[in-house]
Write a protein that binds this ligand. Structure first.
Ligand code: FUC
Length: 756
């Protein structure tokens, strides 16, 4: 199975060599390949490095349990021997309403007790998460029996599957329990456990408001036996003398992302029952096969090879060794792919990934496990298209679209303006709390435009992105204020989460520039709204521009008051460098230099997400070694789960990002950062290896996406480009850069181009 793609690759590579070679002015050799070349040099081969593994069960949910998810349902698996716990979630189980963010809610747990099995008598214990297949495995020996468990969350079947097998018959006896975080009704009937209820009366804070919306929910677990027997007793399902045991679970709520329906649709009972019935009607083998095919269709689009290490250590010790300055390149690649695994597992076909993706074991989770719009949700989605997971972006755009009606109403009341904006905390019913962060909606629009830039999907742009972008422009058209010389500033703004409220804050100015600039481009692509387009283009050019202050820094405020000792985690005034594109090393070198001064002053030690952002920023400033240093800071084994806003960033043993506590933006931001180090496309050109650190002497990446709707494979050796292949998905003109060499190319859809 695995050697076939490699052989295929060689044949295609040979074919490419026979194709025409052109020498360009700049001296880069370019091979123009025919259509078959679209498939060349894709390394679909084995990723030996794609496993997290441990030699003992998890005790701590946040630091040790391992996540599975199908984009809607999620499970955190402990791997206990006498007693297994799978804490589970469904992404729409929320409290809150149109006035209040509320919070994302834990659903419940499945507990499985194995009679007669004890920790003490176990040998060869191993639990692992294979992120190349999205399968979690627990294996151990006990009393002469080899036990093996497989767990996966199937997107096509829309259920989670837990399968328990053994090499001797009748080895499984015990019971299955379901718990419910909202104290609903639990019924055991035959081989089925059901929990159901409503979240009415639950609040995020003791003294918080009563919410006007209360979702109904239901979860079901179906216990299937091969051999032995299964029956309901005392609120559990017990099993006795079973050879192989399968537990299928699904859950849902009556949430719909539609304000006009009051956010409530059908009770989930029928759907959950049907999902389990369909899954139970097939075989585990088929469920697993369709799951792996579905998952790998996304996962295998990108491969990354940075080294050849074959660490024999369990992942926690491996990370510890790395933290002690024995840097291991393949661990860096594993954490990169883990970000992609977490994205595929938490953002498909339902709600977008929240502060914890979709894994949450609390009804009062940190920061509500919500959608924070002063950096966090935007950061979640930087990597989606870069790392070739465009489908995973869609839930985010759909969520924004669903809440914009509520946002418009509150924005109108608060600002007497058209369009819409948000506070820092946001939920699934449009409710938004905490401080106003007026440029938050413009920042979300940047994600929306980028998704178009990466995919070239005009239908998406016309129907989903552009109408929202236009509305956010309208908000700023009504809100901007002219200084005496005609310069436009955002009034009374805020540099998250930092400094006074005042006019002309750089963060606001840069994001308004961004949304105006992108909306001009979008109107051009769609050929619509000529007059509106010209007005915002003119307003964009009158915006107060980025300023360089007295110590050479990029000013965070209109007033030159930046403190060089300020190491605040937010890097709000650098948003024009990344993820924005107003400041680039090529086009605005002085401003880029000022940004470098500011970024230096902020220091290298911070929270998880802040460290991840710094990786991206240093990559944009083309300092690969500094980005690499920050990567090292993020790949630091952290044990503390207490909230730390200063310097606790790193990874837990399960490779979840530690803010601390667990916050997933650091995982996604890290993956985005690695993409930015290898490939950039924000500055009107495709830049190969823009920030390659010295440590990555030789490596290969395939399948990264660039703006303009193309995929790029890059191979390098001794720190130098060996070969890059562009796979355009649509026709277009591109400028391609490597170092200071630049070539101009007209590319045709489906015709790969190889650079030497
Ligand atoms: C912002 C950040 C915090 C935290 C929270 C969820 O408020 O400033 O560090 O990440 O979001």
């Amino acid at each position: 199975m695995l050697s076939k793609p490699a052989r295929f690759r060689d044949i295609e590579a040979e074919r490419i060599q026979q194709l025409t070679m052109k020498k360009t002015k700049a001296g880069l050799r370019v091979l123009l390949a025919c259509c078959v070349g679209a498939l060349v040099l894709r390394a679909y081969g084995e990723e030996a490095n794609a496993k997290l593994w441990y030699n003992k069960p998890a005790i701590n949910w946040e630091k040790e349990a391992l996540p599975i998810g199908n984009g809607r349902l999620g499970g955190m698996i402990f791997g206990g021997i006498e007693r297994e716990q799978i804490q589970f979630n469904e992404s729409s189980l929320w409290i809150g309403d149109e006035k209040d963010t509320g919070a994302y809610q834990a659903f419940g747990d499945v507990f499985i007790e194995f009679g007669g099995q004890t920790n003490a008598a176990t040998t060869n214990y191993r639990r692992e998460l294979d992120i190349s297949r999205a399968v979690h495995i627990v294996a151990y020996n006990q009393g002469g029996v080899s036990f093996r468990r497989e767990y996966f969350a199937s997107h096509p079947a829309n259920v989670m599957v837990f399968r328990f097998t053994a090499d001797k018959p009748g080895a499984y006896s015990g019971s299955v329990m379901l718990t419910d975080m909202h104290k609903g009704k639990i019924v055991a009937d035959g081989n089925r456990l059901t929990s159901s209820g409503s979240v009415a009366g639950y609040k995020y804070e003791d003294k918080g408001p009563n919410y006007s919306i209360a979702l109904n929910y239901e979860a079901q677990a179906l216990v299937l036996n091969e051999g032995g027997s299964v029956k309901a007793a005392d609120g559990r399902v017990t099993f006795d003398g079973v050879n192989n045991l399968t537990i299928l679970i699904s859950a849902g709520t009556d949430y719909v992302n539609d304000r006009t329906r009051g956010w409530r649709g059908e009770h989930p009972h029928a759907q959950v029952t049907a999902q389990l019935k369909a899954a139970a009607g097939t075989t585990c083998r088929k469920l697993l096969a369709s799951h792996v095919v579905d998952y790998q269709r996304l996962y295998k689009r990108v491969t990354l090879k940075l080294g050849d290490s074959r660490s024999e250590l369990p992942t926690d010790l491996r990370l510890m060794k790395y933290s002690e300055d024995a840097r291991e390149l393949e661990l860096e690649a594993l954490v990169f792919q883990y970000g992609r695994y977490l994205m595929i597992s938490s953002s498909r076909g339902a709600l977008p990934a929240n502060l914890q993706g979709l894994w949450n074991n609390s009804i009062r989770p940190p920061w509500r496990s919500d959608y924070h719009t002063d950096v966090n949700v935007q950061m979640n989605y930087w990597m989606a298209d870069q790392a070739n997971l465009g489908e995973c972006f869609t839930p985010y755009a759909v969520w924004l679209n669903s809440i914009r009606g509520v946002r418009k109403a509150e924005t109108k009341a608060a600002f007497k303006a058209r369009g819409w904006t948000m506070h820092g905390e946001n939920g699934v019913f449009g409710g938004s709390t905490w401080e106003w962060v007026e440029s938050g909606s413009a920042w979300c629009m940047q994600n929306l435009w980028d998704h178009y830039a990466f995919t070239g999907n005009k239908e998406y742009l016309r129907t989903l992105a552009y109408p929202m972008m236009k509305e956010v422009c309208e908000f700023w058209q009504d809100r901007l204020k002219a200084l005496p010389d005609g310069t436009l500033v955002a009034p009374n703004g805020f540099s998250p989460e930092h400094g006074p409220r005042e006019d002309g804050v750089s963060h606001d100015q840069q994001l308004i520039w961004d949304v105006f600039n992108n909306t001009v481009a979008a109107a051009d692509v769609l050929g619509v709204d000529r007059e509106f387009r010209n007005t915002i283009a003119a307003q964009r050019d009158k915006l107060l521009a980025p300023k360089i202050g007295k110590w050479g820094q990029l000013q965070e405020w209109m007033v030159d008051r930046d403190d060089p000792k300020d190491d605040h985690r937010h890097l709000s005034h650098l948003v024009a460098v990344h993820p924005g594109s107003q400041i680039t090393s090529q086009r605005t070198p002085q401003l880029a230099e000022a940004a470098r001064v500011s970024l230096n002053a902020r220091g290298d030690v911070s929270t998880g997400w802040s460290t991840a952002w710094k990786i991206n920023l240093w990559a944009r400033l083309h300092d690969g070694d500094r980005a690499y240093k920050l990567m090292g800071n993020l790949l630091r084994l952290v044990g503390d789960t207490r909230m730390n806003y200063k310097n606790g960033g790193g990874l837990y043993a399960n490779l979840f990002d530690a803010h601390p506590p667990f916050q997933i933006d650091g995982n996604f931001g890290y993956t985005a950062g690695v993409c930015e180090m290898l490939l950039q496309s924000h500055a009107g050109e495709i830049h190969l290896l823009p920030a390659l650190p010295k440590a990555w002497t030789t490596g290969r990446v395939t399948g990264l996406r660039a703006r303009g709707n193309l995929e790029v494979d890059i191979q390098w050796q001794d720190g130098k480009l060996v070969q890059a292949t562009l796979h355009p998905r649509q026709d277009g003109s591109f400028q391609v850069r490597y170092g200071d060499k630049v070539v101009e190319l007209k590319l045709r859809a489906g015709r790969a181009v190889v650079f030497k």
